[in-house]
Design a protein around this ligand. Structure first.
Ligand code: ATP
Ligand code: MG
Length: 728
């Protein structure tokens, strides 16, 4: 009966069996926090302390909720039904449906997606006569989202928290937006938590009802809760105080979405007498992986500090590989080859993962795996060529290539918005059918024949003229330049630049990656063929697949083999995060690296490429500082890694050694080729002709300290270290 308890170590067992009163499990990666939570759930049910519906359990993703449900059922020996188990949003949506009338909604309210939200907000702004050109609706959307993350309905937003947005009218617009949602019987994502929290705050009888209903509360990934989630938990736990949260401050990686790791620190204050259990044995990873991850995270200053030691019986294990590669193509080949090799040796693809910092990075690996015929899935996101912005951009290319491609034309004619309503689109279809012409021709006829008027007519004309121009450009300058121009001139890139949603920067990166991918093909037609083949390759068959995902999506998961590519300054740590959040941003990036390494059970392969293509040009990059921070004893450097390391150590002090935490490191210095030379005595000056081993001949346009800007005859403008050129 208590068989499940024997699968725990003494500390874990304590955390499971201390069922009454507040409990915080604070422990590093892979120490069994999730296992503790799941076992505790089953233990509560099996000891008859509560019925399944009396336990409230919060997970970070829906997938984690499904897994927990399965495990609990397995321990119970029957399907666990009627559980309150899910993400904060799912649980709150369910609660809100029961009490919707208390916030002026009915139980059948709609939950709006991001698009609807933005459209609505824009209407509200227009009704308030706000110039939406000057004050971007997405910026206001983000502001409102932040307020909601902090648990602030309009009435609680103080004047001090208002900004100068729309001349101090942000709060008034927030009021109007919430009213509008109410009229429509709708709630946005942020409302789910906010409304429920307000209901619990304002209606003691409802709160009391939940205090009676939920005897036990369980929370996973507690370090990534935001303020409103914390308030919600605190309200619900106030009654019986049987709340158990598990988390790891070193894995707090969602501060950009409003998560506040301070919630962990507050726990003891809010629940005096709370028991704190620390778990120190890691059962997931081999000793070298653990040692490397621990050494890396030790570079963060802002941490509670925890011990982590190997808990698995077998000793030893492979060291972490650090592979240096010439360029991003070679990196994708290396990952593909190793996956193939492991597969041939009998490892299952389901036990392998490629974890990237940014979504756009999956493309190169996807294409490689498709070429090799290795099944894969993109977890927590879409495959590269299925992403909305990529489909849109490809639709633009298809129209460029084949003006009669109606499906593609329809997809983009009003993206970005060109003022074509349903009616206008219907008119285009009628003309197309009536005259037996493609939609693009119908559009032209409609614009000239009066069926389209005003803004719609002007912008459709502009689009069609654009396509004529881009086709000429395609002839003259080739497909790569043309795609970049087309995305800019059509307003498509601008549309995402204006979008202030958290996904927008990723979409812009994907678009750049698309242009990069195009450069691998000689013609536009060749590329479009490739894309249709890639898309066709998508088999629906279940089965064992390699997982590709971002580091953020990998939280809580584990795999035998983990590939961690793209460890380069600027990419990882991400320059954007460091620019926006300084030292705090860098620490969060390092936590992300820690999450990445600790996903591996047996094998972690970190790689970096010395060259990456940006549009049609190449840019060189230097290895991530995180690579430097891994202890030599736990890593094995492959390729020119060893050489690179020496180069870094002998590089000028500005770039190596104990640099200030967020010193911006140049991303375009050359570090991978000839052995270091002694500092030069012959000064190189502006105007001088120089020779570089990779880039050839060029003329110096700027010289500052040891850095040169050189306009290379063939390779274009580059910034390089002066040691790597010779006078020509
Ligand atoms: P993360 O911080 O990454 O979320 P975690 O602390 O939640 O990790 P779990 O995922 O619960 O850790 O456990 C890590 C691995 O160790 C799992 O495979 C789990 O089954 C195993 N494990 C946990 N506790 C034990 C134990 N006492 N004996 C053997 N294996 C264990
Ligand atoms: Mg976990």
């Amino acid at each position: 009966m208590t068989d499940y308890l024997t699968r725990l170590n003494p500390e874990q067992r304590e955390a499971v069996e201390t069922v009454d009163g507040p409990l915080l499990v604070l422990a590093g990666a892979g120490t069994g926090k999730t296992r503790v939570l799941t076992t505790r759930f089953a233990h509560i049910l099996l000891t008859g302390r509560a019925f399944p519906g009396q336990v409230l359990a919060v997970t970070f993703t829906n997938k984690a909720a499904r897994e927990m449900r399965e495990r609990v059922s397995a321990m119970l020996g029957r399907p666990a039904e009627g559980l309150w188990l899910g993400t904060f949003h799912a649980l709150c949506a369910r609660m809100l449906r029961r009490h919707a009338e208390l916030v002026g909604l009915t139980s059948s309210f709609n939950i709006l997606d991001a698009d609807d939200q933005l459209r609505l907000l824009k209407q509200v702004m227009e009704a308030g006569r706000i110039d939406t050109k000057r004050w971007a609706p997405p910026a206001l959307m983000a502001m409102i989202q932040r307020w909601k993350d902090k648990g602030l309905p309009p009435a609680r937003v103080t004047a001090a928290e208002d900004t100068d947005f729309a001349n101090g009218r942000a709060r008034a617009l927030y009021v109007a937006y919430q009213e509008r949602l109410r009229t429509l019987n709708a709630a946005d994502f942020g409302d789910l938590l906010l409304h429920v929290t307000e209901i619990l705050r304002g209606h003691p009888e409802v709160l009391a009802q939940y205090h009676r209903a939920f005897r036990y509360i369980l929370v996973d990934e507690y370090q990534d809760t935001n303020l409103v989630q914390y308030l919600w938990l605190r309200l619900l736990a106030q009654g019986h105080r049987n709340i158990c949260c598990v988390g790891d401050d070193d894995q707090s990686i969602y501060s950009w979405r409003g998560a506040e790791v301070e919630n962990i620190l507050r726990f003891e204050k809010d629940f005096p007498g709370a028991r704190i259990v620390r778990l120190e044995s890691n059962y997931r990873s081999t000793a070298p992986i653990l040692a490397a991850a621990s050494a890396l995270i030790a570079h963060n200053e802002d941490r509670l500090g925890k011990t982590l030691r190997p808990g698995r019986a077998e000793a030893g294990g492979e060291r972490i590989s650090i592979v240096s590669l010439w360029d991003s193509d070679e990196e994708a080949r290396m990952v593909g080859d190793r996956i193939e090799k492991l597969r041939r040796a009998g490892d299952s693809p389901a036990e392998m993962a490629v974890l990237v910092r940014a979504g756009f990075q999956t493309r190169a690996f996807e294409e490689r795996l498709i070429t090799l015929g290795v099944p894969y899935r993109v977890v927590g996101g879409l495959r590269f060529y299925e992403r909305q912005e990529i489909r849109d951009a490809i639709a633009y290319m298809r129209v460029l290539h084949q003006p009669a491609d109606d499906l593609a034309f329809e997809r983009i004619v009003n993206v970005p918005r060109r003022g074509l309503g349903e009616q206008a689109l219907r008119a285009l279809h009628e003309i197309a059918r009536g005259q037996q012409v493609p939609l693009s021709v119908a559009a032209s006829l409609a614009a000239e024949g009066g069926q389209l008027r005003g803004k719609a007519r002007d912008s459709v004309r502009e689009l069609l003229q654009g396509f004529a121009r881009w086709r000429e450009k395609l002839e003259r300058e080739g497909h790569v330049v043309t795609l970049a121009t087309m995305l800019d001139e059509s307003g498509y890139t601008e549309m995402w630049k204006q979008d202030k949603s958290p996904e927008a920067p990723g979409r812009l990166e994907n678009l750049k990656e698309l242009v990069r991918a195009l450069a691998d093909f000689e013609t536009l037609a060749g590329f479009l063929d490739h894309v249709s083949l890639v898309m066709e390759n998508e088999e629906n068959a279940e089965g064992e697949r390699v997982s590709l995902m971002t580091l953020h999506a990998a939280k809580g998961l584990e795999f035998d083999t983990v590939f961690l590519p793209g460890w380069e300054e600027g990419l990882f740590p991400s320059q954007r995060t460091m620019d926006e959040n300084g030292a705090k941003g860098l620490e969060e990036e390092r936590r992300l690296a820690y999450v990445g390494i600790t996903r591996a059970r047996r094998r972690a392969i970190i790689s970096h490429a010395a060259n990456r293509r940006i549009y049609a040009n190449w840019q060189s990059s230097i290895p991530s500082r995180f690579i430097e921070e891994l202890p030599d004893s736990e890593v094995e450097r492959v390729g020119s890694a060893a050489l690179q390391r020496e180069r870094r150590l002998t590089a000028p002090p500005a770039f190596a050694g104990p640099s200030p935490m967020v010193a911006r490191r140049p991303r375009t210095i050359e570090v991978w080729e000839q052995p270091a030379r002694p500092a030069r005595t012959d000064a190189i000056t502006v105007g001088m002709r120089v020779f570089h081993q990779k880039f050839g001949y060029g003329t110096v346009t700027r010289a500052e300290d040891d850095k040169l800007d050189v306009a290379f005859d063939k390779a274009g403008a580059k910034r390089i270290l002066d040691r790597f050129v010779e006078k020509a």
